[in-house]
Design a protein around this ligand. Structure first.
Ligand SMILES: [Zn+2]
Length: 166
């Protein structure tokens, strides 16, 4: 019963207003860090990284890729809201792994969609992570690029690792 989610979510939030309120909490991340992560449902960034509300910007998209819009958000995070570090979280078993860029583009075109973005399919999570890190480290939109790290999470084991830094 998917259509019931919005109603249920609104009711939940309404009932929890007291605990959701953050009076006086600054919109500037307390730990001066932004996290770019895949949107995968198995990734609980707060528990994984030991962060609380108010600590970090969380930017999520399919793959956790350094897309134009991810860079836009990271740029706002650094230039307007004071963060100086970036942590990228990708993961094993990603839905983009092994997907077909061409098939996806064809399916979009069949529906009349010719977006400026690409799916971002990849075969190897570590090389996809390296590509994203390289893009961020070369992005002049970000004034702080000396503390950008990337991790790979394995939802099966719960382990988070940092591939050899290149
Ligand atoms: Zn994913």
């Amino acid at each position: 019963m998917s259509e019931g989610n919005a109603e249920q979510m609104l009711a939940t939030a309404t009932a929890r207003a007291d605990e959701l309120a953050a009076p006086g909490l600054s919109p500037r991340p307390g730990r001066k860090v932004a996290v770019l992560s895949c949107m995968d449902t198995r990734i609980d960034l707060f528990a994984m990284l030991g962060i609380d509300r108010g600590d970090a910007h969380i930017i999520r998209n399919a793959g956790g890729l350094a897309t134009d819009d991810a860079i836009r958000s990271l740029s706002v995070s650094q230039r307007l809201l004071g963060t100086t570090e970036v942590v990228v979280v990708m993961h094993e078993g990603c839905g983009l792994m092994g997907a077909s860029e061409d098939d996806y583009t064809r399916a979009l075109a069949a529906d009349g969609a010719r977006p400026s973005w690409r799916l971002g399919a990849f075969e190897d999570v570590v090389s996809a992570l390296r590509d994203s890190l390289a893009r961020l480290r070369a992005a002049p939109e970000l004034p702080h690029r000396d503390a950008i790290r990337g991790f790979v999470f394995d939802p099966e084991s719960g382990r988070l690792r940092e591939p050899a830094r290149s």
